[in-house]
Design a protein around this ligand. Structure first.
Ligand SMILES: [Zn+2]
Ligand SMILES: [Zn+2]
Length: 125
């Protein structure tokens, strides 16, 4: 992959925090550094970064895609009330876990839905 100033800025932004951002949020943030970048360029570079394994995507059940600069294996929990996305850490004993049925797992795309701790407290029963 040819190095690019724009892609570096996008990657740097995503690696600078532990958060999940939509393409438009990334576009707004990167535009502060590179005012002439277009949304199309942001999408194209995000696609290249995903393909290169440098970032991952989180797709929520309402089909929104978020980008994550944290690429250690982890799963996601989406709160249906506040829409926050939380990281779930889990331990893998082998680099490529094999299930009891013999499937070799290469990556984890599970997204859990529900209410986060804060929203459980806020929701009247
Ligand atoms: Zn919540
Ligand atoms: Zn994450």
């Amino acid at each position: 992959m040819r190095s690019s100033h724009q892609r570096d800025a996008i990657l740097e932004y995503l690696k600078s925090m532990r958060a999940h951002r939509s393409a438009t949020e990334i576009y707004d943030a990167v535009r502060e550094k590179i005012p002439n970048i277009s949304l199309g360029t942001v999408y194209r570079n995000l696609g290249q970064l995903v393909e290169a394994g440098q970032i991952i995507t989180v797709e929520t059940h309402d089909k929104f895609v978020y980008y994550d600069g944290y690429i250690k294996p982890h799963t996601h929990f989406v709160c249906k009330a506040c829409k926050m996305i939380f990281d779930f850490e889990y331990e893998t004993t082998q680099p490529e876990p094999i299930t009891s049925q013999g499937f070799k797992i290469e990556n984890e795309r599970t997204v859990y839905y529900g209410l986060c701790k804060k929203c459980i407290g806020d929701t009247p029963v």
